[in-house]
Design a binder for this molecule. Structure first.
Ligand SMILES: [Zn+2]
Length: 303
């Protein structure tokens, strides 16, 4: 996974807090379902994104009006946020429809995400905690990973509803991976997540690759043609040398003599060019025919 492109996408998403409280709650829900630990007794969010580390306490405050119980120590690298206070945890659980005595089976509680604004906010949170995207200069891959099977399935359905297309689902280790491999879908997802600059980066990378491919195709094609032309010309020149060594040039029909002279004088010319040098000028296939005849005669064994 290329960390730097993911980092810039997360930075872009974290630029703005959700304006409405409903969306702040939904975004927190996405983070909680895709974070490291979300249970009745503990919430633990670990991130390497500096932008998310700054954003997270503000988001929690906006959604619930309280702060984390344990904040990162300030060291670089992985940052750890925790909720351990039972009253805070109970409020979080209840907000998302999980009763305190429920045996907790985490899932995407859809009534919490009734509004369209909240659905997008939820997906933003899910990406911040469990998502990554590769640098489009290298490859196209955006994924969300979670350990909860039902969460993966429900996120899949939610994406289908909001975006009109769904990610692919795969298992990796004990986790569930939702992923996209198509550049146009990835740029749509990034736009929905609130990262239009990154989405544009994907589109630009695709255009650039498209252009490079076209140029490469043209070069390969030219090279192939050029080397074919050169190979053919060399074979003709070898044949002509053999015919001359055997003293057979004088005995050739006038048309073939003309072709021999033209090829000897113009070792690098194409068939079309040679054809115009004939007197009278002939077609390219006719020129090809004359030179093939020369090659063939040179190959014939002497009696
Ligand atoms: Zn909302």
């Amino acid at each position: 996974m290329n960390a730097s492109f993911s980092r810039s996408v997360k930075g872009e998403i974290c630029k703005e807090l959700p304006q409405k409280k409903c969306c702040a709650l939904a975004e927190c829900f996405g983070i909680l379902l895709y974070c490291n630990t979300f249970s009745q007794s503990m919430v633990k969010i670990v991130t390497e994104s500096e932008a998310l580390a700054i954003f997270l306490p503000k988001l929690l405050k906006k959604a619930f009006g309280f702060s984390f119980d344990i904040l990162p120590g300030g060291a670089a690298g992985k940052q750890v946020f925790q909720l351990t206070d039972p009253r805070k945890l109970e409020r979080v659980m209840l907000s998302y429809g999980f009763g305190p005595s429920d045996t907790l089976a985490l899932h995407v509680n859809l009534p919490v995400l009734e509004e369209d604004c909240c659905k997008a906010a939820f997906l933003r949170g899910a990406f911040l905690a469990g998502g990554s995207v590769t640098d489009p200069a290298k490859s196209y891959h955006l994924e969300l990973t979670t350990t909860h099977q039902s969460v993966a399935r429900e996120t899949n359905a939610l994406m289908q509803e909001v975006l009109g297309f769904a990610p692919k689902l795969a298992r990796r280790g004990g986790g569930q991976v939702l992923y996209f491999k198509q550049s146009d879908l990835i740029s749509d997802v990034l736009t929905l997540l609130g990262a239009p600059v990154a989405a544009m980066g994907i589109i630009e990378a695709r255009l650039e690759k498209g252009l490079n491919n076209q140029v490469n195709r043209r070069c390969n094609c030219d090279d192939a043609n050029t080397s074919k032309v050169v190979d053919a010309a060399q074979e003709q020149l070898r044949a002509i040398r053999r015919l001359r060594q055997r003293g057979e040039f004088e005995g050739l029909p006038a048309k073939l003599q003309q072709a021999v002279l033209a090829r000897e004088a113009n070792p690098e010319s194409s068939l079309a060019e040679l054809a115009t040098m004939m007197e009278p000028p002939i077609t390219k296939p006719a020129m090809s025919h004359r030179l093939q005849k020369i090659v063939q005669l040179a190959k014939e064994e002497q009696p």
